[in-house]
Ligand binder design. Structure first.
Ligand SMILES: O=C(O)C1=C[C@@H](OP(=O)(O)O)[C@@H](O)[C@H](O)C1
Ligand SMILES: C=C(OP(=O)(O)O)C(=O)O
Length: 417
């Protein structure tokens, strides 16, 4: 049963809180699949509590290597798990039906399936062509090392292919066609592979990985920068606040650490401390780019757009194309919910502009979350400005940040369900 959260802010200022964020979902999901392919050589520490990671871990633990019957693998809403498992199961002897939630069946996977099929994998669609569920006959004889894939739909396809590359008999030569979206996630994949001894070359648009063994190593997952972004929004909307985020790394594997520089324009300064990172409310920097390009960090888009809207900033954004194929169509979801505070997000030729002339904060707003954790977490900070928010389906946050609501309580928010 879905339950709603009633969120308000105590008004107590200044806010001083220390928040221990869970591990990065992206790093955790890579670590799990790399470890599963490493013949027991790679160990993983500090796994995320994110439901997507718990789901992927459960699936990998439960796989039966000795059965010839079809194993049904259900990833729910977990996009990275779907993409990584499509590649992983293709290399794993056995028969699998890889499926997910209703929304997962609307999230495209054709480019990845085509790339794997070119390598030699056996994958069929059981419902709509180009979308999960997939029927996978795992453990293929590789036909070629060379494949190419469009880079502008989802970087997860590339990461999925790169993670299995070291165990492919002929290795992998991956040509990226066109623009590479979410590029830092591909860099994260390669860096984590490097930590486990896997070497690669990346020249122009070609990434090459030879067949090679992982080395005995430990992948230690960093705290989640996407989760940290909601704390930046909270600090930006408060009059006076200091938030400590222990163990968070300034120089991170995660591209979402870019929130540090972006949030200077919304009035949050970041400092490095002996423990990790500390956020403080400051005067906003006036050094604003004409257009903020979010292609490298799509998961920050909702945080930044909602926070900027609440501050009445007429900012412009590009790089939002991939938002339409995530947990929901995030552009539409943002447009619908921002309208409730009088803000429009207007698209013109792939440039999105916040129009805040009618910005207002009603006494109470009910926000919908569209089965999207980031909708709930991006809009919750508005309870600093709106007397009461009713957030639909509060447990949606479990996908990446299960402690979100209890962490808010530590900073003076009041959460009732
Ligand atoms: O590889 C990853 O861990 C991710 C890549 C991004 O997806 P796209 O590459 O589809 O933009 C991001 O939005 C997602 O939350 C996690
Ligand atoms: C898009 C996301 O996740 P995924 O694609 O893994 O479902 C996300 O966490 O914002």
């Amino acid at each position: 049963m879905k339950k709603n959260a009633f969120v308000s802010f105590s008004g107590k200022s200044p806010v001083n809180a220390t928040i221990y964020l869970t591990g990065s979902k992206s790093e955790s999901n890579r670590a799990l699949v790399i470890a599963a392919l490493s013949n027991g050589l790679v160990e993983v520490k500090n796994l995320s509590d994110a439901a997507d990671t718990v789901t992927l871990n459960g699936i990998l633990q439960k796989l039966d290597k000795n059965t010839t019957s079809v194993q049904t693998v259900d990833v729910g809403h977990a996009g990275t798990a779907m993409r990584f498992l499509t590649a992983f199961l293709s290399t794993t002897p056995g028969r699998f039906l890889l499926t997910g939630s209703k929304r997962m069946k609307e999230r495209p996977i054709k480019l990845l399936v085509e790339a794997l099929t070119t390598l030699g994998a056996s994958i069929n669609y059981t419902e709509e062509e180009g979308y999960p569920p997939l029927e996978i006959n795992g453990g293929f004889t590789q036909k070629t090392a060379s494949i190419s894939i469009k880079g502008d739909v989802s970087s997860q396809y590339l990461s999925a292919l790169l993670i299995i590359a070291p165990v492919l008999e002929l290795g992998l030569t991956l040509t990226i066609e066109g623009y590479l979206t979410s590029r830092p996630y591909v860099e994260m994949t390669l860096k984590m592979l490097e930590e486990t001894g896997i070497t690669h070359s990346w020249n122009d648009n070609i990434i090459q990985i030879n067949k090679q063994d992982h080395k005995s190593s430990t992948l230690v997952v960093e705290p989640d920068w996407s989760a940290a972004s909601y704390w930046y929004s909270i600090v930006a909307l408060l009059d006076d606040a200091t938030i400590a985020l222990p163990h968070l790394k300034h120089a991170s594997l995660q591209g979402d650490s870019r929130i540090q520089s972006i949030m200077t324009i919304l009035g949050v300064s970041t400092s490095r401390t002996a423990e990790g990172i500390s956020l403080k409310k400051v005067l906003p920097s006036s050094d604003i780019d004409d257009i903020l390009d979010l292609q490298d960090c799509p998961d920050l888009a909702q945080t930044i757009i909602v926070c900027a809207a609440a501050k009445g900033l007429h900012l412009k954004f590009t790089g939002l194309e991939t938002l339409k194929i995530k947990e929901t169509n995030r552009v539409k979801a943002l447009q619908n919910e921002l309208a409730k505070i009088g803000v429009e997000l207007v698209e013109d030729n792939l440039i999105y502009t916040l129009v805040c002339d009618n910005l207002h904060f009603p006494e109470k707003v009910v926000f919908k979350t569209y089965d999207d954790h980031r909708m709930a977490m991006a809009f919750a900070p508005l309870s600093i400005l709106i007397k009461e928010i009713e957030m639909e389906d509060m447990d949606v946050v479990e996908k990446s940040y299960p402690d979100f609501w209890s962490d808010l309580e530590k900073a003076g928010f009041i959460i009732k369900s």
